[in-house]
Structure formats: C-alpha cells, structure tokens
Design a protein around this ligand. Structure first.
Ligand SMILES: Cc1ncc(COP(=O)(O)O)c(C=O)c1O
Length: 397
C-alpha cells in the first residue's frame, strides 16, 4: 500500500489518505472508486448552498446539524429503514468515525469495558482504545454476534463487578465479512441488551448499499429508545472527503451531545458540507446517485466474485455479499493469508489479512477483499491474480 498523493504545486505533503501504487490492484482499502465520486454535482451543490443560504452557510451552524439536512434525513431513514427518527433524535457528525468518537466520549470513562464483535472494523477498535477502554471480544458467526457468547461475557463481567458501557456491532453488511444479521437475531440482541442495560452502538454505514434485497431493519429501529445509538455516513454514498455522517439516538442523548463542549464551542460539525449534502438530497440527486451506485457496485462485486469462484477450488470459503464493500475468503485449513499476501503482491494485487480485524487469534486463514475502489475489469484481473497466487502457494505447500 502506498502513502498519499503529493500535490507538487504546493508541497511534498500528501493530499489524500491513500493512493495505490501504479501496477498494484490494491483491494486492501474500503474506499470508494474516485471515478464514482460525483465531483461536478458536489461543486454545483456547494455553489447553490452559498447562493441559497449566503452568510448563514458560513456562520457557526446549529449544534445538532442544519435543519434542511436533519428534516430530509429523518424522512430518508424512514424509507431505507423500518422507522423514521424524529429530527430531534439526529445529530450530524463528521462521518461515522466522529459519530462513534462522540458516542464513546458521552458514554464511557477511561478504564471502562467495551464489548466488540470479533472480527470487526479494525479502526473502531482503535477509536475505543483512544478512549483508554478495555476492549472485550465477542464471537461472531456467519449471522453476526454470537448471543450466547455475549451473554456469557456479560455474566462473567458482572461476577467481576464490571458493567460494560457499550457493545459495538455492525449488523448490516459487516466490515470485514460482508455478513448480515437476520431479523430474528436482531430482535433477540435488542431484547438481551435492554434486559442487561447494555448500550448498543450500531454501525450502519453500509445500509443503503444493498445489491439484492434491502437489509433487515436497524437495531435502532427495533429497540426501545435509549438502548441503541446508530451511526451512519455519507462517505460511501456521496464522498468520504465531505466528512458528513450522523447518529440517531434518543433525544436525551442528542441533547447531551448538542450541549457538549465540542458542539457548544464550535457549533454544528461539518456545517458547509452538511448543507451541500442537503442541496443534493432535496434535488433528488442523492436518491438517483445511490441507485446508480447500487448497480455499479453490484457489477464490481460480481466481477470479483466471479473471477475468484472460477479460479479457486471449492475448499476456499467464498460467499457473495449482498451489500457493502467486502468479500471475505476462508482458506483451507493450514493455509495462511499472510503467506498468500506475499505471493499476491508479487503478482500485483493486495488485500488485508483477516488477523487485522481480529481481537483474538485464529483468523490466519481469512482475508478481506474490497471491491469498492476499482472497475469490473480490474477486479476480474485481481481475482485471477489472487487465484494464481493461491495455486502457487499450494505448489509450495
Ligand atoms: C464499518 C465502518 N464504519 C465506519 C467507517 C468510517 O466511516 P466515515 O468515513 O463515515 O467516518 C467505515 C469506513 O471504512 C466503515 O467501514
């Protein structure tokens, strides 16, 4: 993986977080394809926001986020989820990352315990550790967090006199596995959390990016108000550089957040980009764009999965994900993803080994491939290169 892109006109410091080496198809990063970012529409929308709101666009924003986005988003969530939040139950944030950070700030003290399904989005674990939390892993199966393991962990901690402050989970198009928690387990999880007074922090960043059937309702929509904070994002559906995301919680939590030092001092986070998003939302562009992304990413997923399925033996576990950005492979027993990575990189393709996402050992045979950043032809080529590396590794085995 390369570092960022330099802007030679201004300095040698990078402009962006990641850029691939020219001859490597790097499936390690779950970033949107630059070709799918609606640059012209965003430019026009920013101009339109300045015309429409004038100085109010450049003032300190309303702490919870600007009204046009809050109102539209409440309606949109009602369409793509089971239940619409009241606009007062939403806070606009600088992406899902900032929503997670703010939620953790509000709900924990250093030294507290946070539960996390494993494997999980590795940078969420980093966020929890930024707050000096003790992170305790909960097992996952193909359908999501294992509720028996969650119950056992809660019992164990209770006996030790410790009440975990939150449980971080990605029930919908899970990063890294692509899995979706079925409705019955969602209901069971929400009931369990309510009965144990455990706050669920639901990462719903991929809800809109389904390629077949829409996903089941969010945990937030199934729960009694107060037991789930759901975080969402426009990073995957519009552009990550906007840094616009949100959380939905009960009004008591959103009020606490609005009155926090961060929002009281600085006003609404991402005010200018949030109103830019509002312009694209109100014009109907956002909804049309998400439709286009669904078919673009479905074609990419199919190109990668198709090439892998034709090149790899059936002993490799491979499931076509129904949404999100990731394909998760399980190599046959005894085979190692890091050994495969070395050979794959020699053939001009890269990925993330499963251990990166694990809080425990034992994912040495897994790997995550992101199909978000390249077009179908390159993804097909990447699939062939990975298959060739797999067979090469087998020859050494
Ligand atoms: C599960 C998950 N949560 C959060 C994020 C970060 O999102 P944002 O750009 O909105 O901060 C990502 C991005 O990769 C993700 O995969």
């Amino acid at each position: 993986m390369a570092g960022g892109v330099s802007d030679p006109a201004t300095s040698s410091l990078p402009l962006v977080q990641f850029s691939a080496l020219p001859d490597v198809i790097d499936l390690g990063w779950g970033h949107p394809d630059p070709d799918l970012l609606p640059v012209d529409e965003l430019r026009r929308a920013a101009g339109e926001a300045a015309r429409r709101w004038g100085p109010d666009l450049f003032a300190y924003g309303y702490a919870q986020g600007p009204a046009p986005l809050l109102t539209w988003l409440a309606g949109r969530l009602g369409e793509v989820d089971e239940r619409a939040p009241d606009p007062s139950a939403i806070v606009i944030t600088a992406g899902a990352s900032n929503a997670l950070d703010m939620t953790i700030t509000q709900s924990t003290q250093p030294g507290d315990v946070a539960l996390v399904e494993s494997p999980t989005y590795h940078i969420a674990v980093k966020l929890l550790r930024d707050h000096a939390l003790e992170v305790v892993p909960i097992r996952r199966d193909a359908d999501g967090a294992d509720l028996d393991d969650l119950t056992a962990a809660l019992d164990r901690l209770q006996r030790a006199g410790r009440q975990p402050r939150l449980f971080y989970t990605i029930p919908t198009f899970h990063n890294p596995t692509g899995g979706v928690m079925p409705l019955d387990r969602r209901i069971e999880l929400v009931r369990l959390a309510e009965s144990r007074e455990l706050l669920i922090v639901e990462d719903d960043a991929y809800r809109e990016l389904f390629y077949d059937e829409p996903p089941p309702p969010s945990l937030w929509s199934l729960a009694t108000p107060g037991s789930v904070v759901r975080v969402g994002s426009f990073s995957k559906t519009l552009a990550p550089g906007l840094r616009v995301g949100f959380l939905t919680a009960e009004p008591r939590m959103t009020t606490r957040l609005s009155q926090s030092g961060l929002l009281d001092s600085g006003g609404g986070i991402a005010h200018v980009p949030a109103l830019t998003v509002a312009v694209l939302a109100e014009s109907g562009f956002y909804a049309r764009h998400v439709e286009r992304l669904r078919s673009a990413y479905a074609a990419r997923r199919d190109a990668l999965v198709g090439a892998l399925a034709s090149g790899l033996p059936e002993t490799v576990g491979l499931k076509r994900p129904d949404g999100g950005f990731f394909v998760w492979l399980t190599l046959p027993a005894g085979r190692s993803a890091s050994a495969l990575l070395e050979l794959a990189q020699g053939r001009g393709v890269s990925f993330m080994p499963g251990n990166a996402f694990s809080l425990t050992d034992g994912l040495e045979a897994n790997l995550r491939l992101s199909f978000s950043r390249y077009g179908p032809d390159q993804l097909e080529e990447a699939g062939h290169r990975i298959s060739a590396a797999f067979h090469q590794a087998g020859a050494h085995h």
